[in-house]
Design a protein around this ligand. Sequence first.
Ligand code: SF4
Ligand code: SF4
Length: 135
Amino acid sequence: MEKRRLVLTFPASLVGEPITYKLVKDYDIVLNILKAQVTPEEEGKLVVDLQGTESNLKNAITYLKNLGVTVQPLKKDVRMNKDKCTHCTVCVTVCPTKALTVDRKTMNVQFIPEKCIACELCIPACPYNAMEILI
Ligand code: SF4
Ligand code: SF4
């Protein structure tokens, strides 16, 4: 069994489609949703682990792309710009892995890169653009 950790971005037209059901039923994929942000009428985003045979994974990813889903591997290049961060804690609530936490002594928000899966959910959540993707 192979494994892929991916970010799936759905256009509004696909929100509500039984895509995860089809991945399991039609492509024999073991699906683990790490994080979901899906709002009707808007874009949806899933961070998932997909497990299956190499050919099933390939076919499943082709199916997703043909539907119009953007499929991206997780990147490893997220950082917190400490000069911009106001420690408002908004990002803490969206981070699925606790890579962003509040230090209870200082009440400052800390970024722990080792826990970051680079799902990018904190990027649009931060009102001060303090979470950045390094290119
Ligand atoms: S949302 Fe942005 S400003 Fe607020 S704590 Fe997180 S990184 Fe800092
Ligand atoms: S990209 Fe942001 S939200 Fe995602 S795991 Fe890393 S710190 Fe958390």
